[in-house]
Design a protein around this ligand. Structure first.
Ligand SMILES: Nc1ncnc2c1ncn2[C@@H]1O[C@H](COP(=O)(O)OP(=O)(O)OP(=O)(O)O)[C@@H](O)[C@H]1O
Length: 321
């Protein structure tokens, strides 16, 4: 399927203001078009996932949002400024690049507080901000450690601390859990999750389960273009589609089709999955589950599991090549 054939799921204009706006952005490297006609909005206060397979354009997009790369064409605004407006955005945007390296000979506390001073803080304010940021990533005890002695997971958390310095309004995280063992990755996810509601977070990641759990909005990229964007509920259709996994036994498809507000019913015999879509302006998902369960039980169907919508992973597989 070519990108042009994708049903570009554009959700209605956000009711909340955008922290980041990307409009018709193109980025080429020589004759390689890394990003083509990219447009999406990141609602203020959201946790926004940048999703896509290898080569989709995530890092290029991330680098443009962070002001590291200029678009070839199009408009990006971060908190109503060009992303490279260093002075205007100083202290208001925190960035964790994917391969951020710490200076091995520097002590953690001195390094993080130096970065805080670069944001314009006084020496004592910078020390306080560095202590607060390190405490947030559970690294308060590392103040006197040399960066070069930290494990990969600790270094990633120091990277997060520098991105959180001074309560930025926007935090950009590129692959924050890549290469971490599951326990450390879990800890990093917990730290990021605790930031929810305090700022706008943009997270680029390959880990779709992680993004589904943590993000409330996302853009799915493929071949340099956005193939879908919107709230996680919209992307996974969790408010308009119910999936029933049925154990061996009757599958009363027609009876389910007859339920008021049901729009389509399909049954995948190999997965034994009954997929019910419905008019969500007429009923909510919980009411549809109640109605469908009642019909399924009445016809002696045996329900193994019920889920709302598709997994993000499934949606991404459908939309990307
Ligand atoms: N500096 C560059 N010079 C030439 N081509 C580039 C450059 N940076 C990226 N590209 C190309 O642009 C396209 C998008 O790359 P990008 O790194 O943004 O994708 P990605 O989604 O981050 O991929 P991955 O998940 O593998 O990191 C790819 O085809 C890549 O080869």
């Amino acid at each position: 399927m070519s990108p042009e054939q994708h049903d570009n799921v554009k959700i209605a204009a956000p009711l909340i203001p955008s922290a980041i706006s990307v409009q018709s952005v193109f980025k080429s490297f020589g004759n390689v078009a890394a990003v083509k006609d990219l447009s999406f909005e990141v609602p203020e206060g959201s946790v926004f996932g940048l999703i896509g397979p290898n080569g989709a354009g995530k890092t290029t997009t991330f680098s443009m949002l962070a002001g590291y790369l200029a678009p070839t064409r199009g408009l990006i605004s971060v908190l109503d400024h060009d992303p490279d407006a260093v002075e205007a955005l100083k202290g208001r945007v925190g960035v964790l690049p994917q391969d951020a390296l710490l200076p091995p000979g520097e002590q953690v506390g001195a390094y993080v507080s130096f970065l805080a001073e670069l944001q314009g803080m006084t020496h004592s304010a910078a020390q306080n901000a560095a202590r607060a940021a390190l405490a947030e990533v559970e690294g308060a005890d590392w103040w006197n450690r040399r960066c070069g002695t930290l494990s990969h997971g600790m270094a990633k958390r120091v990277g997060l601390a520098q991105a959180f310095l001074g309560e930025p309004r926007v935090v950009l995280l590129d692959e924050p859990t890549a290469g971490l063992d599951p326990r450390v990755a879990y800890g990093v996810r917990r730290i990021i999750g605790a930031r929810k509601g305090r700022c706008t977070l943009v997270i680029s990641s390959h880990n779709l389960q992680e993004l589904e759990a943590i993000c409330d909005h996302a853009a799915i990229l493929d071949h340099g273009s956005v193939v879908a964007h919107g709230s996680m509920a919209e992307l996974t259709a969790s408010s308009s589609e119910i999936r029933f996994e049925l154990a061996a036994g009757p599958v009363p498809e027609d009876a389910v089709r007859g339920i008021e507000a049901v729009t389509t019913v399909t049954f995948d015999g190999s997965a034994r999955e009954l997929v019910v879509t419905f008019d969500r302006t007429a009923v909510d998902a919980e009411e549809m589950i109640r109605r469908a369960c009642s019909v399924l039980y009445h016809h002696q169907a045996r329900i193994s599991s019920i889920s709302k919508g598709r997994r993000l992973e499934q949606r991404v597989m459908e939309l990307t090549e």
